[in-house]
Every structure is written in C-alpha cells, then in structure tokens.
Ligand binder design. Structure first.
Ligand code: DGL
Length: 270
C-alpha cells in the first residue's frame, strides 16, 4: 500500500480527460496534476523542445513525491520515449495502453490514428500497433486545428465550424473504411461526440486518457502500491500560466466542478 499521489502531466488541460477517468477507476487515489498552460501547445514544437519540457514536468511532479507518473499527453508519449528510463518511479505514457485497446476493438483490422503533428510524424501509434498485430492496416492523420478548437470552446457537434474542420481531417480515414479510430491526443475526447457524428455509427473511438487510466490502475495493483485511503482522493492542480479561469475550463475537461487547489508555478526552475 502507498498513499502517495499519482502525478499526471500534459501540455495544458487535455490531460484532465485522463484525470477524469482516473477518478472513475481509482476514486480513492490522490492526484497531483501539472498542466503546462504557459507553453501549450507542444504538438507543433521540435522533438528536442518537447523532450526538454517533459523532463522539467516530471521533475516538478517528483518534488511532490508521486508514486507513479502518467504523461497524459500523446505528444510527450510519442516523442519523449526515453523519459521512463530516467525516472525513479513507475511511468506510463498513453501510446501503449491505447494501441492495446484499439487492436482488441478492431474487427476489420483497419485502424485510424489522429493526433498532433509531432505525434503523427513520430509514427508512435502505428509502430506500437504493429508490435501488437502486424496485420493491422493503420491510417494516420494529424489534426493541428483540433487543439485550438477545443481550447477555444468550439466543442459542440452541431456547430458548423466544428463539423467542417472534423470532416476536412477525417475524410481520408473515413474513406479508408476503418472500424476503429484512436483519439491519440488527450484533448480529443472533448470533441468525441462531434468526431463520432462525422465518422458514423459502427466506428469505435478509443480514448487515450481512458485506456491509460485503466492501465495505471493495473500498474499500481501489480506493484502493490494502491492507496488504502477509504475516502475520495484529493486533487491538486498546478499550471505554468495564470490560474484565472482555470476552474471553468478545467470543469469541462474533468466533467466535475473544480473546487480544488490551483496554483501557478515557475516550470523553468525545474
Ligand atoms: N494534449 C496534448 C496531446 O495529447 C496535445 C496538445 C498540444 O499540442 O500540446 O498530444
């Protein structure tokens, strides 16, 4: 048993979709979340910069004596692949658990992968799917406008702007006849309904935050470091830009009101 918190980080608020699932799967665990809101987005930056940021983010979380670190960011998970090697605590990104779920879900062995440009250029999901099942065909597409859409509150499936942007990116994947699509960026579950209405029924969307939360529970169990807290766990939120307005936006990602501590920190110190 171990009642230390789980550390979760993302370039911004997208990782809160993983926290939402963690709160479902592991309600009694304490969570420390860091959203690098001062430097979001990561997905358009160089690999070198993404690795540097990811290293600083994990150093910050380690100061909070976390027992597990989750990179709730498709971009970091895809690009900072050696992060795990340098950490003194268990670590997971989102790529492996998400691919595992997608390979189990597909019937026609055609999977679409959408993510940020850095994620898609790394081919991380494609290569991991091939490790699980090399007979699966993978169609990849970066969707650079999805994160700004979500961050600016364009999330309604009936909004023409949202639908047109999604159609523009998803048409190739749709025409390829995939039956499963990986939402390879933790921002994308927020527009899951809109993506689903463009893709149509019969296409399974795999939520990277959700699958990673399920996998995190497995790690804690296997390592014997689950919390024995009998009450609902606490969440602490840290951001690198002003926390003003955090409660409102974070509430959308988290699916619950944010009445927890939110603090601004200087990530450059780490
Ligand atoms: N949430 C991040 C991810 O999963 C993307 C946002 C960004 O580009 O920083 O990739």
């Amino acid at each position: 048993m171990n009642n230390a918190p789980i550390g979760v980080f993302d370039s911004g608020l997208g990782g809160l979709t993983a926290v939402r699932e963690l709160r479902n799967v592991l309600p009694n665990e304490n969570i420390v979340y860091f959203g690098d809101t001062g430097r979001v987005p990561y997905g358009t930056r160089s690999n070198e910069t993404i690795r540097k940021y990811a290293s600083q983010d994990t150093k910050f979380l380690l100061k909070h004596n976390v027992k597990l670190i989750i990179a709730a960011c498709g971009t970091v998970s895809s690009v900072a692949v050696n992060l795990k090697r340098d950490l003194p605590v268990p670590y997971t990104g989102v790529v492996s658990p998400t691919c595992f779920a997608a390979v189990r879900a597909t019937k026609n062995k055609k999977i679409g992968v959408i993510g940020t440009s850095a994620t898609i250029n790394s081919h991380s999901y494609r290569d991991m799917i091939a490790e699980f099942d090399s007979s699966v065909e993978v169609i990849e597409q970066d969707c650079p406008l999805f994160v700004p859409l979500v961050e600016n509150g364009f999330i309604d499936k009936d909004d023409d702007v949202v639908r047109l942007v999604i159609e523009r990116y998803m048409n190739g994947i749709k025409e390829a006849g995939v039956d499963t699509v990986i939402l390879g960026c933790t921002h994308y579950p927020i527009i899951k309904d809109a993506i689903s209405s463009v893709m149509g029924e019969g296409v399974t969307l795999i939520d990277s935050g959700k699958e990673t939360a399920i996998y995190a529970a497995k790690i804690l169990k296997e390592q014997g470091i689950l919390s024995d807290n009998s009450e609902k766990g606490d969440c602490e939120f840290y951001v690198s830009d002003t926390p003003d307005g955090f409660e409102n936006v974070a509430g959308v990602f988290l699916g619950e009101n944010v009445s927890h501590k939110v603090e601004q920190i200087d990530i450059d110190k780490f």
